[in-house]
Design a protein. Sequence first.
Length: 146
Amino acid sequence: MPNIASVLKEEIMRLARKELRSETESLKKASALYRSEIATLKRRASALEKQLAHLGKKVVGKGEGHEAVAPESRVRFSAKGLNSRRQKLGLSAGDMGALLGVSAQTIYNWEAGTTRPRGPQVEAIAALRAMGKRQILAKLQEKQAK
């Protein structure tokens, strides 16, 4: 026959487990709810980031064409960009200088990065960036004819 102490101890343990189960059940439900809300928010944030990146690409794509048109916008100068543009057009430094109203040595200094063009020259470079090869060659022939 079991003694009263062991029976009492088992009954106390049973009641304690029952109480703990009821307490932890509500915590489990709340935890599951929070996890699902977090997952939903992560998906939503990811979708918004993708949408932002997509819209940013559209704005950048449209912004390149409008840089030369809108003089109030800031145009960035890149020595490498000037050099590669000149090479693509097949122009010498003298020809590029004639188009921009500067000397060939100035063009070399800009491309080497030793000096930087001033505001009006940067705007002229941006205008050349917006033109095609035929337009630039026609403009060069027009300048040389004068």
